[in-house]
Design a protein around this ligand. Structure first.
Ligand SMILES: [Zn+2]
Length: 422
């Protein structure tokens, strides 16, 4: 009997070990992952005290403990959810988790330090760094400058800390096809988005997809779950109706290749909460987008321009350079919006809208795959379309000098007024 239990236990340990296997890139030892081991789970809600750090917002405190801003207002007799918090103020919080507290670092700059590189190293926004050091703000950093940096090991790092288990394999038909343009076409033999641990499904009458879309979603989400180890909910709002066609309030979503995905929330935040900059898990959103880009099947992604800054810095924290991000995220550029994958469209504040390319085997889908790739100057038309991003920058530059295509495409027809449901 004991042997039996021991064998079971060994098996369990092995399985758990496989799920929690550290990433080769030494993810588990990454200081950003301290949250995983250092957050204390209290079993039930208890009163704890949170000490406010300089320029901390109520929304950040709420997301940290999985409570609402209104609760914080009530518990602490604050005047409103917009109230400014004084640094050092003690807030009463009733929560079931206690993440490790903020750490104040006094740092002396060395040759080569810049606001942006320090922000990347400490996973904060450059403007936060400047706010903590108002006397130095707005000027370049000289070596030997002392700075105050608030490091927060309590910010949940939900990606790149461990690998996740492989999802069960999905079976679906191969004959679902996009016909025509996203704003006027339809969907042939549409397939309902299957139930899977990869995603959480929204309204069922609006989750019909093409085979190519499902293939792409499975590839991207498997990468996000397994390689990036992301375990949070990802809510798929809408794709298309069963036969495609009109799908109010959307202007597009007619051919089974437009996907609305709610911005992923930080782990403690209840799923029904509307996404805001303070409660969105920006690193997880970046990895989700990067996983889709890696498929080579993305045509464009819509996200309100006021939110792109957060996505941009999450990508920088993940190691992307400004040069790598220039063709991917429109921010911080102000012009040429049609050149970047992630671009502004009205109504995309609570979700991103991913538009895929037409599949290689969808001759009646529009605009044609090769046309989109060629016009954009992003990837030259190739049989696979997955010719990768290497050299794309040089090519775009060459094409720009030649005055080819890329200025001819208006970004205006992508604007989707009224596309505001999550
Ligand atoms: Zn949309």
């Amino acid at each position: 009997m004991v042997g039996h239990v021991a064998a079971l236990l060994a098996l369990w340990v092995q399985t758990a070990g496989a799920d929690l296997e550290a990433l080769p890139s030494d993810g588990a030892r990454d200081p950003a992952c301290r949250w995983l081991t250092e957050t204390e789970h209290l079993g039930e809600r208890e009163w704890i005290v949170h000490v406010v750090r300089p320029h901390e917002r109520l929304g950040q405190v709420a997301a940290r403990y999985g409570v609402s801003r209104d609760e914080l207002v009530t518990w602490n007799d604050l005047s409103s959810p917009r109230a400014r918090l004084r640094a050092g103020k003690k807030l009463k919080v009733r929560t079931d988790r206690r993440p490790p507290p903020h750490e104040k670092i006094e740092y002396t700059t060395v040759e080569g330090d810049e606001w942006s590189t320090l922000a990347v190293r400490h996973r904060v926004l450059p403007e936060e760094l400047q706010r903590w050091n108002p006397a130095r703000a707005g000027r370049p950093l000289a070596p030997g400058t002392s700075l105050t940096i608030w490091h927060d090991p309590g910010v949940p790092q939900t990606v790149n800390c461990r690998r996740g288990p492989a999802p069960p394999k999905l079976e679906y038909r191969r004959d679902a096809e996009s016909l025509g343009h996203p704003q006027s076409g339809r969907l042939r033999n549409g397939i309902p988005l299957p139930d899977s641990p990869l995603w959480t499904r929204g309204r069922r009458d609006g989750l019909w997809a093409s085979t190519h879309t499902l293939d792409t979603m499975v590839a991207a989400f498997t990468h996000l779950r397994v390689e990036r180890g992301y375990e949070g909910d990802v809510f798929i709002g809408s794709i298309s109706r069963k036969r495609g066609g009109k799908f109010p309030p959307h202007r597009s979503h007619r051919t089974g290749l437009d996907i609305d995905i709610r911005l992923p929330l930080l782990p403690a935040v209840p799923l029904e909460t509307y996404p805001t900059p303070d409660n969105v898990d920006w690193p997880a959103l970046w990895e989700l987008i990067d996983a889709f880009l890696d498929t080579g099947e993305v045509s464009m992604i819509f996200l309100d321009r006021r939110l792109q800054r957060h996505l941009y810095w999450a990508a920088r924290w993940a190691g992307k350079t400004p040069e790598e991000l220039e063709p991917i995220i429109h921010w911080p550029a102000k012009d040429r919006k049609w050149e970047a994958i992630v671009r502004h469209a009205r109504g995309h504040k609570g979700h991103i809208h991913i538009r895929l390319l037409c599949g290689p085997e969808e001759p009646r889908c529009a605009p044609s795959r090769s046309n989109v790739l060629e016009r954009r100057g992003w990837i030259e038309p190739t049989p696979s379309g997955k010719e990768s991003r290497e050299g794309a920058r040089a090519r775009r530059e060459a094409w720009r000098l030649e005055g080819r295509g890329i200025y001819g495409e208006s970004g205006g027809d992508d604007d989707e007024a009224g596309d505001d449901e999550p």
